[in-house]
Design a binder for this molecule. Structure first.
Ligand SMILES: [Zn+2]
Length: 338
């Protein structure tokens, strides 16, 4: 055991996961439950999320008194100093208190960060970004999130919006995006866009392998397309290549802006591996002409399914001074409230 012990919480649109993690990044126990994201925030946090934390702590054979701090990653724009979610389209939240309802029932300080910025911290401390001075992370899932580390520091930006790479425009007149803009890479490269392109390929008779595997168009998901592509379905391979090209356009813009040491691609869609990454790298090669071709490695992130909780645990460990800080950790409500 490497004290101290913290809890990392990954709050997503359909479920919440909590894990007890020590300072070496070892997961002691984890718990997960489905959630209803339309439930009032105070009840969702005070009941469902808090119970998941208690379950994980209990499974580790510990009590909450032995947990020094809690980190939580959630989708949206976060005011870390106040422990408030300013805006989350996924939950329909605007200026919602998130840290306080949890602290009131758990009596442990809670620190918040945007989910993919949190994944990025996890990769920095425990994953593929360890020892890398500057890297960029994109997580391709239900949406596309991002995070940027420059000189060992996580970029937050003036309005906590630094690293929102999913909202880089890749098609000026492209489909509407959840952010209110059009043609963002998220609208063309996240899992729903992948599924839509898969259904179109099936409807056009171009993906018989996918049609057979899914059974019905409604059953087509990103994972089904990856599976069909791995089995050689040409239409599914083309759908993944198209997504790779769109993400490649965004990655090329980021590389051109920052010239980072490394680009990491995570999230569920990245499970397609080189079927996605090869067309992505080729697109980057076509567009990044100011640095030597292939000079920036583009790899899969390392933490995979654990990225959410490990990132949140890294945040908690940083906040209590047990990992080198990649961002300023404000002393917020917990120390005053507890
Ligand atoms: Zn957008």
């Amino acid at each position: 055991m490497q004290a101290p012990l913290v809890v990392g919480i990954d709050l997503g649109g359909s479920h919440v996961t909590a894990a007890v993690v020590d300072a070496a990044g070892t997961v002691w126990a984890r718990a997960k439950r489905d959630i209803d994201r339309h439930k009032p925030a105070a009840a969702l946090l005070g009941d469902d999320v808090a119970s998941t934390v208690r379950d994980a702590v209990q499974q580790a054979g510990l009590s909450l008194r032995e947990i020094v701090s809690i980190g939580m990653g959630l989708p949206g724009n976060i005011d870390r100093a106040r422990g408030v979610c300013r805006f989350s389209p996924n939950f329909g939240w605007r200026d919602v208190e998130v840290a306080k309802p949890l602290e009131q029932v758990l009596e442990v300080p809670v620190y918040l960060l945007n989910d993919v910025r949190s994944h990025t911290l996890g990769e920095l401390h425990f994953g593929a970004g360890k020892g890398v001075a500057s890297f960029v992370m994109l997580a391709l899932g239900t949406g596309i999130g991002g995070g940027i580390v420059i000189g060992g520091r996580l970029l937050e930006g003036s309005h906590s919006g630094g690293g929102e790479l999913g909202h880089i425009t890749v098609e000026p007149d492209g489909p509407a995006c959840g952010c209110g803009s059009h043609g963002c890479v998220e609208a063309l490269g996240a899992a729903p866009a992948l599924a839509r392109a898969g259904r179109e390929a099936v409807a056009a008779g171009k993906a018989p392998g996918l049609a057979a595997l899914a059974g019905s168009p409604e059953a087509i998901q990103g994972s089904t397309i990856t599976q069909a592509a791995q089995a050689g379905d040409v239409g599914s391979l083309e759908v993944l290549a198209q997504v790779g090209r769109y993400v490649g356009i965004a990655v090329a813009s980021v590389i051109t802006t920052l010239d980072p040491d490394l680009v990491l691609i995570g999230g569920g869609v990245a499970a397609a591996g080189d079927l996605l990454l090869e067309p992505l790298r080729a697109e980057v090669g076509r567009r990044c002409r100011m640095i030597p071709e292939g000079a920036t490695p583009i790899r899969r992130a390392a933490l995979l399914e654990e990225a959410g909780v490990m990132g949140a645990a890294a945040l908690a460990l940083e906040a209590c001074g047990h990992l080198p800080a990649a961002l300023e950790h404000c002393v917020h409500a917990p120390s005053a409230a507890l």
